[in-house]
Design a protein around this ligand. Sequence first.
Ligand SMILES: O=P(O)(O)OC[C@H]1O[C@H](O[C@H]2O[C@H](CO)[C@@H](O)[C@H](O)[C@H]2O)[C@H](O)[C@@H](O)[C@@H]1O
Length: 259
Amino acid sequence: MIAANDNLQAALDLLAAPDCALFLDFDGTLVDIAPLPDQVIVTDMLRSALPLLQARLNGRLALVSGRPINELDKLLAPLTFPAAGVHGMERRGVDGVVRRLTPPDFALVRQAAQGLAARHPDLWVEEKHGALALHFRQAPELQALCTDAMRVAVDASPGLLLMEGKMIVEVKSNAVSKGTAIRDFLADAPFAGYRPLFIGDDTTDEAGFAQVQSIGGIGLKVGPGPTVAQCRIASAEQLRIVLSQAAAAPTIGKDIPHE
Ligand SMILES: O=P(O)(O)OC[C@H]1O[C@H](O[C@H]2O[C@H](CO)[C@@H](O)[C@H](O)[C@H]2O)[C@H](O)[C@@H](O)[C@@H]1O
């Protein structure tokens, strides 16, 4: 039984509808948050459900993550999906080709993050193509220090944007977001013309919710916290159950493109 869910049925109806295009965040959405990024567990239920859902949706399933695509591939191996990585800095469509945008200059941000990490060994700097994340999950008392230092560096760095996520301060290009990534998928086959459902859990997913809802789709927020999403589900665990049930449901008809 699903408890504490707001307006969840609207999202489930779209998930089961023949005009759905499904976009899925990864951490905190498909997998539970873990102490370190390489410790997340991809459950057998999820491994079974994702390819079935992809087939049910005639390929209209993509991952939209802050992680690099190659990390998603490693964690999900041998499965691979169309994916946007690093908040839209890289994108792989159904042709399997990864396209990467040119990143802005991260020199000041890198210097600030590495300087902090050198002084505080419990901090961890994650460098990605077109983003840099400073993780403070092992030292939560350093959140303000991390945020303030990164904000100063970002303010002096044209083209960069600071985001605060789950025990992480992340800096990325201000030209991309999960919203732009979903928009770009929806410009191409097999997604073009279908109604988007985006499921995410974190502040970085808000741009994705806003994007899909601006064009008649639905945003589904996983877990607590403020959001612009129209619908909510209580946890990643409950979402995995829902996705598994949707994957196993009988097909309900022919694809209907969204006008
Ligand atoms: O957009 P997402 O797929 O949700 O990725 C967001 C960030 O996820 C990872 O960090 C977060 O998850 C870790 C594992 O649960 C956790 O240890 C960390 O505290 C979280 O912030 C990843 O490392 C980042 O690169 C992603 O941007």
